[in-house]
Design a protein. Sequence first.
Length: 262
Amino acid sequence: MPRVPSIEVSTGKSWEAVAQNYRLLSEPQIRPDQVKEFVRGTTPASTSQSDSESRLAFIQALVSKLHKEVRYTGIEFGQSELQPQPQPPSEVLKRHYGDCKDKASLLVAMLRDSGIPADMALLNAGPARDVTPELPGMNQFDHAIVYVPAAAPGGEALWIDATAEFTRVGDIPYGDQGRLALIIADGTKELTSTPVARPEDSVLIETRDFSCRTMAQPRPSSPRRPPATSIPTTAQSMAIPEIRRCGPRSRTMSEALTLPKP
């Protein structure tokens, strides 16, 4: 689509100032003390956070419970369009719904209560035009997600969209990928680009184990052999599960991704 002439104006001093000002709005809504019981009932007792795989499983358990208990519903009028709802996390859990800011701030509280550092992050979801880096300001954002720093030096940070029910932890929806995000944390000085999925991250692998009877006719005294059977095992990642599960046309879309039979 061709660009049309436009003029943009910003009153923000810097992205650091924008992040700190928004932090003053969002931090009072992040109350780890109000989610202790909710987290305690979700945490797998056998999960250790000493390695990356168990830490990821721990976070996935929290996110899955959040999706189950709090549905994504946006009610955005006046100040609530920008600021997380004034209700504390306990109220969001009680009413079982919230918009992206409510769910993101609630997940941050759950993670912090579990000893995992986390912060909210703001972005302008795609595929429309992204944030203009030269113009710091709040009016360029329309979505809130969660940022989890790497557990160890050299590790990878996690970006979690608390509204994406069918996206596993470690992946983010297509509209969140490759976007300039503002992490609402101490020390933020500039925008950070969210990760982009690689082709090898979107994989559908199906393995079939066949058990076939022999062609020879069994003797009358021999036990009857069962008919041939096929046991499929499917492994999916990234966008594949989301396409297969979402919407009334998901079956048609998933079939379109399946290679034709020889």
